[in-house]
Design a protein around this ligand. Structure first.
Ligand code: GCB
Length: 662
């Protein structure tokens, strides 16, 4: 791809080079977390909570264009990782700054080459590409928005050498109005710098450790320590998009649904931007066949009533699961120009009692998985064939749910959940809050921002039935009590639909301080794996005792959100030994016997760890990644998959009409 810089752009370059002084901070000899902008960007979260973040959907008034494909790429391997800012790489074609390679977007960059240094790279990675904007976009009556579905972790983007957006945190979208920066007669140049450094105050947290012993390490040597059990894949991992809207547009919509008898209700609240005075909004609800069900004219807030409603049911709970209506919102702008946005809407209710999780007033039992966005070559890069395969496997097993462990998944995946009836516990990226520093006010403020962003993105999704604000924090620390009270309270405040909120606990019932604030107790444990190794016979006792104690303590329903064992596919041992397929099966069978004792009481779900094998940092306990998948990383079933399939379909048939032949 050839990038041409014209004179106008070079004038802009000198104008805006000053802007990035903030990112070039003081550093000690060598690399420093603050020096490469992780701290610099936090002060200016661009995707402010006051802006909507509606998933770009085409309509008669909106165009969506993806900037996928091969981009120019260069990891800043300079010892301070700061050459890109010192030399202002955003002001010139990237290939003029040094050697570049082709890098696919979306994808993690780590596994694309044969270079170990790039796989394990920590610091700023630079991307650049050019594109033309069609002349039809040069129109004062419309705006063009540049959107990143996510980039990991810390991102600064420049359009035509002008900084357009920066964002702190992976796995969530951010965007900026590009209308005034776009060029029409010449190619536009988009430069993106992405930094994967984790600090004690990022979510997830991590540390940079300097190895200062000159006898054992080269000068300036450092490593990044992770506090989570998955590889810190990085780069532009989800699509980059340009989309247009009219100048008066629907910025956000919040819906909540209710059901009384056979009548459904959709409450809606629209945010319109681009006009200082109120504009008329027409809201129409269409059924699956596009037939009009109801029409309401309002100034943006109101209710649609649906007689003889068809509810959104989870997969296997109805012969017609995942029924979606379409809420068509039409915003009347000036000069007859209107904005049209279509939001898929599932009408359902969610309620938690002291022993049950009710969807549409019926007990729901989570048969599911902990998962990862993870695959060969792509890392965490969005990949449609993989998404389709995973949903086929989820349904093949007879599962009805998963947790987005340990970060929000792509909206393309969330769309599939809405469309296929797969229920989601939507988790934020707060995995591995382990130290006092991780519970600081600074982290707390950022954590609240992240929850605001997550709820803003997923609040209208029927598949999302609960938020998880963290995975396995050190919830026994005194600091954790105020921390979780605050984050859970904040999440409830920002989600007007009142979904339950939880976090996932691996501390003991007698030391944990956070579970009191959760609506559902979510528990992870690995009996006969991380302790009592090889002693399968203890599972029945330990799992039973644990469930009983947690219920006694809180009188809240419990989900077993993780249990399992690593199995290297093809390794067979009888009698079973750790890491064999037989051992994984035995662990499962022992847990199943305990689940069956509590299913009719207060156990409301089981989610095996993990759906598929996934990559981790290198360690003596990991055989080229975590092997607790019931599928391999290439999505082939281990023997455990057949065992789970047998169980999940049996449970499905006990609890409701299934809609797939076995
Ligand atoms: C856990 C973590 C998960 C790990 C898993 C394991 O408790 O939540 O991220 O991958 O254990 O396999 O150790």
């Amino acid at each position: 791809m050839k990038i041409r810089f014209n004179r106008r752009m070079f004038t802009m370059m000198s104008l805006f080079s000053a802007l990035n002084v903030a990112a070039v901070l003081v550093m000690r000899t060598g690399f420093h977390a603050a020096a490469h902008g992780v701290e610099a960007s936090r002060s200016s979260l661009t995707s402010s909570a006051s802006e909507g973040m509606l998933f770009p959907r085409e309509s008669e008034s909106r165009e969506v264009r993806e900037l996928g494909g091969m981009w120019k790429f260069r990891a800043d391997m300079s010892s301070n990782r700061n050459a890109g800012f010192e030399q202002q790489w955003w002001t010139k074609p990237l290939e003029q700054t040094g050697p570049v390679i082709d890098m696919p977007v979306p994808a993690s960059y780590n596994d694309i080459t044969q270079d170990r240094q790039l796989r394990d790279f920590v610091g700023w990675a630079w991307y650049q590409r050019s594109f033309y904007a069609p002349a039809s976009w040069k129109n004062v009556k419309q705006r063009t928005v540049l959107r990143f579905e996510s980039a990991h972790y810390n991102t600064i983007a420049w359009l035509n050498s002008k900084e357009i957006v920066r964002h702190d945190g992976g796995h969530l979208p951010f965007e900026a109005d590009a209308s005034s920066i776009l060029s029409y007669e010449v190619p536009n140049v988009l430069t993106v710098a992405v930094n994967n450094t984790l600090t004690p105050h990022t979510i997830p947290p991590g540390t940079i450790q300097y190895m200062d012993d000159p006898d054992r390490y080269p000068p300036g040597y450092f490593v990044q320590n992770l506090q989570m059990d998955f590889f810190n894949y990085a780069g532009i991992q989800r699509p980059v998009k340009l989309y247009t809207t009219p100048s008066v547009y629907l910025d956000d919509i919040t819906i909540s649904t209710d059901v009384q008898g056979t009548t459904g209700y959709v409450n809606f609240d629209c945010v319109i931007k681009g006009n200082s005075s109120a504009v008329p909004v027409t809201v129409e609800l269409l059924d699956k066949t596009e037939e009009l069900v109801a029409r309401v004219k309002s100034s943006g807030k109101g209710q649609v009533k649906v007689n003889d409603v068809t509810l959104w049911w989870p997969f296997t709970m109805s012969s017609d699961p995942a029924y979606l209506y379409t809420l068509k919102v039409t915003v009347m702008g000036s000069a007859g120009q209107s904005d049209v946005y279509r939001l898929p809407v599932g009408i359902r209710t969610v309620k938690v009692t002291s022993t049950q999780f009710l969807i549409n007033s019926k007990p729901f039992y989570f048969r599911g998985f902990g998962r990862h966005e993870d695959s060969d070559i792509r890392g965490k890069g969005l990949d449609y064939p993989l998404i389709a395969k995973d949903f086929n496997l989820i349904k093949w097993v007879g599962a009805n749910s998963f947790r987005t462990s340990h970060y929000p998944y792509a909206e393309e995946i969330m769309d599939m959940c809405d469309q296929q009836g797969i229920v989601v516990i939507d988790e934020c990226p707060a995995v591995g809050l382990k130290t006092k520093e991780n519970f600081s006010n600074k982290t707390l403020a950022h954590h609240k921002d992240v929850m605001t962003e997550l709820v803003r993105r997923d609040k209208n999704r029927p598949s999302v039935v609960m938020w998880s604000v963290a995975n396995e924090p050190a919830s026994q620390l005194p600091e954790a009590e105020y921390y979780f009270k605050t984050v859970i309270g904040h999440t409830k405040d920002v989600d007007p639909s009142g979904r339950p909120v939880t976090f996932v606990i691996n501390q003991s019932f007698d030391t944990d301080r956070g579970g009191q604030f959760a609506d559902v107790v979510c528990l992870n444990n690995y009996y006969s794996w991380y302790h009592d190794m090889g002693h399968l016979e203890v599972i029945k006792y330990q799992a039973k005792y644990n469930l009983e104690q947690w219920y006694l303590k809180h009188h809240k329903p419990i989900i077993q959100t993780e249990y399992g064992a690593d199995a290297v596919a093809g390794l067979h041992m009888d009698p079973p030994m750790m890491f064999s397929e037989e051992y994984q099966q035995e662990v499962m069978a022992n847990y199943f016997s305990v689940f069956d004792q509590f299913r009719q009481q207060y156990l409301i779900g089981e989610m095996i760890w993990n759906f598929a094998d996934f990559m981790t940092a290198q360690s003596t306990t990991r055989v080229a990644g975590n092997k607790k998948g019931i599928f391999t990383r290439q999505r082939q079933p281990k023997t455990a998959a057949f065992l789970l399939r047998d169980r999940y379909w049996r449970l499905a048939n006990q609890t409701g009409p299934r809609n797939t032949e076995l």
